[in-house]
Design a binder for this molecule. Structure first.
Ligand code: ATP
Ligand code: MG
Length: 188
């Protein structure tokens, strides 16, 4: 069995910028910079033959590239507990288009539909062992964060091996996107 997810990787300069925000919360488990990603679809554990079908399905996707903008920070958790800190992502039309293409492709490849609504984010830390007040203070301190837009020209099928400390992700396959749609053509 192999644990898979589909995600966008982020340029190194952007990862550097994100990692500079991190720190200052006792008990938080910060995601190592090389692990930053934006999950489009979590697949989970599948047998090898199904991984092959997933790859075939993803390889058939035709979608345009686009610019991605990260902004704001937020939390996941419930009933007073905060389990994760993340940086938000502008939920633009081409990002949602790609995510829905991935979803339909995977369903055609035999996976059960994802029931959770797509909430694009980049996880910075797991905070289930940290004081919630510290996580809230982090959000307040960084809420105005906004990164320069970065071009996205592909997406990645990652494998994940869960470890004691951090999961080890491997980029298994990269899939290209089409040339971005030109902005409204300027006619003389
Ligand atoms: P760990 O589970 O040890 O904390 P991780 O969450 O980084 O490590 P995975 O569980 O393999 O590693 O998850 C890979 C990616 O998929 C992460 O972005 C994670 O948030 C996301 N993910 C994991 N499980 C789900 C799920 N059930 N639904 C949606 N996304 C998920
Ligand atoms: Mg997980």
């Amino acid at each position: 069995m192999i644990r898979l997810f589909v995600a966008l990787s982020l340029p190194e300069a952007l990862c550097d910028e994100l990692s500079m925000m991190c720190g200052g919360i006792p008990g938080a488990r910060w995601v190592p910079e090389e692990n930053y990603h934006l999950t489009l679809r979590f697949i989970g554990e599948v047998p090898g033959w199904q991984a092959q079908e997933v790859d075939d399905a993803l390889a058939g996707i035709r979608a345009p590239g686009f610019d991605l903008t990260l902004r704001g920070v937020g939390t996941f958790g419930k009933s007073g507990r905060i389990s994760a800190l993340w940086v938000g992502v502008e939920k633009t039309e081409p990002l949602v288009f790609l995510q829905s293409k991935v979803e339909t492709a995977l369903q055609r490849g035999g996976l059960e539909p994802e029931r959770k609504r797509f909430a694009p984010h980049v996880t910075l830390a797991r905070t289930d062992r940290a004081a919630p007040e510290k996580a809230i203070a982090f959000v307040q301190a960084h809420n105005l964060f906004r990164a320069a837009p970065v071009p996205v020209d592909g997406f990645t099928l990652y494998s994940s091996r869960l470890g004691k400390e951090q999961a080890v992700y491997e980029r298994e396959v990269e899939y290209g996107l089409l040339d971005p749609k030109p902005a409204a053509a300027i006619r003389a």
